[in-house]
Each structure stands twice: as structure tokens, then as C-alpha cells.
Design a protein around this ligand. Structure first.
Ligand SMILES: Cc1cc2nc3c(=O)[nH]c(=O)nc-3n(C[C@H](O)[C@H](O)[C@H](O)COP(=O)(O)OP(=O)(O)OC[C@H]3O[C@@H](n4cnc5c(N)ncnc54)[C@H](O)[C@@H]3O)c2cc1C
Length: 376
């Protein structure tokens, strides 16, 4: 059965988060851009239960679209710590899930200096645990959350088959926040370097091993792609609706600029982009919930392109007003670029999609030596 409607409880959740985003995020987007998300706002978000609740993916994408419609930066800042806890839940075994998959979590994957395969951050065996040493970059909430999910190269094991995931609690000796990154867009997220200097983690806080571990990373990245695609839909909708209103109010040469054919056609293109991106995300959410990620990579690749086009047109249709900070469209253009770089960046979604179409063995997860000789 094909259904294009929402269930009643989904409508209620959508309305709740739309109200929160409309009242708490959109009016404060410039302030949040400067100051980041304050604790009081985080608490109000927590009170809605929208970050912590274990909702299914078709419902989660509704939440992420609405939050990003309010403000993409705040949307990431508010939800990333809970997405981090879900990442632990995906990678952990059953006994670890209850103990570790809670609180706010920063995902420490990226590095400025990485080897050809795997990570430069290393995990060395010490007694009944591991000592982590290295530097992670671009970590949302890094050093400021309850837990860090750190990916590292296991001592003596090379490449992507030799990596491990570790949970490091706040205040652990040897872990500290480094420099805060100055960003082009999405400033509200607060992204930091994370320094690990012989930070000791007990064996029970290492999340599983190889083999099945790869499949879990694949699931984690597919989910991240989908959530991010939903954010791109929210951002694109925001830019489209703003341009739609502005071009009807702004008059030039005797009529609203929306009534010039070139502007009207651009608005129609923007509407199509938003609508198509949303349907692709919704469909992908139902498929991914059943374990298939092929629609997710298509939705993610398309949402990144569609949001860029819409945000770019948003600036263009406002003319000079599009380029000044009195209006939000310039911000959405900067923000959409950041979302397209998120783990994994849009090239990886396109690579995975091309692999599906060409019948090649690809994954949304770790790079595989099997695919690189094909896609050169
Ligand atoms: C605002 C923001 C917040 C972020 N938050 C986090 C966070 O919380 N935690 C975290 O760990 N990271 C975070 N990141 C980092 C982000 O996940 C990475 O920047 C992203 O995964 C790309 O990795 P990279 O920067 O190492 O790029 P590189 O891997 O150096 O890639 C450079 C270019 O090559 C392309 N490329 C790389 N590999 C392939 C391939 N196999 N096939 C085709 N193309 C390829 C990439 O798409 C990119 O265009 C954040 C980034 C931003 C901008």
C-alpha cells in the first residue's frame, strides 16, 4: 500500500516541533549563530521529549525537517548529542547499550591528519583496557558533553579492518576540548578539536569488534545521511517560503517581482526541489527502517543538491537584500554547504548510489578496497 499521509501521532509530533522551532529557533537564529545554543534552550528542547524519544525513522525525519526549518544550526546543536547516543546504541552490544547509550554524546570520527586507511588516533593495550592518543577535529559538542564516542586504530592492526570504537566519559584524564573551529556556516553547533593524551578506557567500554562491526558502522552512517537529508529539506523549505513571500511583496518596474516570468519559474523550480526532496526522504525513511539503504543514498545525494539550488536561488531572488545579513537567506546558503559536508559528505552518498545502479559492491560505511578500483 502506498500512503502519502501522516499518522495522527506523527501529526501531533510534527505540530509540536513546528511550534517549538517557530517560537524558540527562528526568531533567535542570529543570536544563536553568535552565542551557540544556551543551556536554557537545550532544557526547553529536552522538555518536549523530541530529542530523546525513541521514535521510528519516518517520524524522526519529520522532527529533523521542522527543527532545521526553524534554524539548521540550532537543529544540529540540539539533536546531535542524542544522535550520538543512538550511535552508541547501534555500535554497542546488548549489555553495553543500557549502560552507555544515554546522556549527551559527541562523535569523534574526523581527523585533520589521517593515514591512507584508518585513523591516526591510536588505541594501545594497557592492563585491562586501552590508552587513546590522538587528535579529532570538527567534533560537535567536543569536550562539553557527557560522553565521547571515539574511533581509533587498534594497536598493531592496520586499515579499516583494524579500528575500534570506545566510549570515554566526561572528565576522563587525558581527554580535553581543543580549539573551537571558526565555521563558514552552522555556527550554532559549536565544533571543537578533541585531544586525547593517553586517555585510558576500560575494555568494557570498547564497542564490539570487526566483522559485524562494519555492518553497524554502515547502519550508523546510513541513518546519519537520512537525518541530514531531512535537515536539508527543512532548510530548503525555509529558503523557498521566505523567497516566495519576499518576491510577492517587493515591487519593481510596477509590479511584484514574483510576477516576472523568470522569477515565477525560479519559484516553481524551488517548490519542485523541496517537494521532491521531501518525498524521497520519507520513502527512504520507510525503507531504511526495514534495513534497506538504497533509497537513503539517493535521498541524501538529491537533498544536498536540491537544498543548495534552493538556497542559492533564495539569495538570487532577493537581489541585494539576499546578500546582507538583515535577511536570513545568506545564512541558509552558508548552512546548506556545511550540511552537505557532514559525515558522510555528499560524494559518498553519490558513490554509494552509483554503486547500487551499476551493480557494484558498495556500502554507506567504511571505505572498501573492493570499490576503489572500480570508481577511479
Ligand atoms: C559543521 C560540521 C560539523 C561536523 N561534526 C562532526 C562531528 O561531530 N564529528 C566528526 O567526527 N566529524 C564531524 N564533522 C566532520 C565531517 O564529518 C567531515 O568533514 C566529513 O566526513 C568529511 O571528511 P573529511 O573532512 O576528512 O574530508 P576528506 O575525507 O579529506 O575528503 C575530502 C574530499 O574528498 C571526498 N572523498 C573522500 N573520500 C572519498 C571517497 N572514498 N570517494 C569519493 N570521494 C571521497 C570528500 O567527499 C571530500 O569532498 C563535521 C563537519 C562540519 C563541517
Amino acid at each position: 500500500m502506498i500512503s502519502f499521509g501522516l499518522e495522527e501521532d506523527q501529526q501531533i509530533i510534527q505540530e509540536t516541533v513546528r511550534k517549538f522551532a517557530g517560537e524558540e529557533l527562528r526568531p533567535k537564529m542570529r543570536e544563536l549563530e553568535r552565542s551557540g545554543v544556551p543551556d536554557a534552550l537545550r532544557r526547553r528542547f529536552d522538555e518536549t521529549g523530541l530529542g530523546l524519544e525513541e521514535v521510528d525513522l519516518p517520524t524522526a525525519v519529520l522532527v529533523h525537517e521542522e527543527l532545521a526549518f526553524g534554524d539548521p544550526g540550532a537543529a544540529v546543536a540540539l539533536s546531535a548529542p542524542y544522535d550520538g547516543a543512538r550511535a552508541i546504541a547501534i555500535l554497542a552490544d546488548d549489555s553495553q547499550k543500557d549502560r552507555l547509550a544515554n546522556g549527551t554524546v559527541a562523535v569523534c570520527w574526523s581527523e585533520r591528519k589521517a593515514p591512507l586507511e584508518g585513523f591516526s588516533t591510536v588505541a594501545r593495550r594497557v592492563g585491562g583496557g586501552w590508552a587513546l592518543t590522538g587528535r579529532k577535529a570538527f567534533v560537535v559538542g567536543g569536550g562539553h558533553v557527557d560522553r565521547h564516542l571515539v574511533f581509533a586504530q587498534l594497536e598493531g592492526a592496520e586499515g579499516w579492518d583494524g579500528i575500534g570504537a570506545f566510549v570515554v566519559d566526561k572528565g576522563s584524564p587525558g581527554l580535553k576540548a581543543g580549539e573551537k573551529h571558526a565555521l563558514l556556516g552552522l555556527e550554532a553547533v559549536g565544533a571543537y578539536e578533541v585531544h586525547l593524551e593517553g586517555c585510558v578506557v576500560e575494555d568494557v567500554n570498547r564497542l564490539t569488534g570487526t566483522g559485524e562491526f562494519h555492518e553497524r558502522v554502515e547502519r550508523l552512517f546510513a541513518r546519519t545521511m537520512l537525518v541530514n537529508a531531512a535537515r536539508q529539506v527543512g532548510l530548503a523549505r525555509a529558503a523557498y517560503e521566505f523567497a516566495l513571500q519576499y518576491t510577492q511583496e517587493r515591487k519593481a518596474f510596477g509590479k511584484p517581482v514574483a510576477h516576472f516570468q523568470s522569477i515565477a519559474f525560479t519559484l516553481a523550480d524551488m517548490a519542485m526541489d523541496v517537494e521532491a526532496a521531501r518525498w524521497m526522504v520519507w520513502r527512504a525513511a520507510t525503507q531504511l527502517d526495514k534495513g534497506s539503504w538504497a533509497s537513503t543514498v539517493a535521498a541524501a545525494a538529491h537533498a544536498n543538491e536540491a537544498a543548495w539550488r534552493v538556497a542559492d536561488n533564495g539569495v538570487q531572488l532577493l537581489g541585494g537584500a539576499g546578500y546582507v545579513r538583515d535577511y536570513p537567506v545568506e545564512k541558509w546558503l552558508r548552512d546548506t554547504k556545511a550540511l552537505a559536508l557532514f559525515a558522510p559528505p555528499s560524494e559518498i552518498a553519490e558513490l554509494a548510489l552509483a554503486g547500487v545502479e551499476l551493480g557494484q559492491p558498495v556500502s554507506t560505511g567504511l571505505p572498501s578496497s573492493a570499490i576503489q578500483p572500480f570508481f577511479t
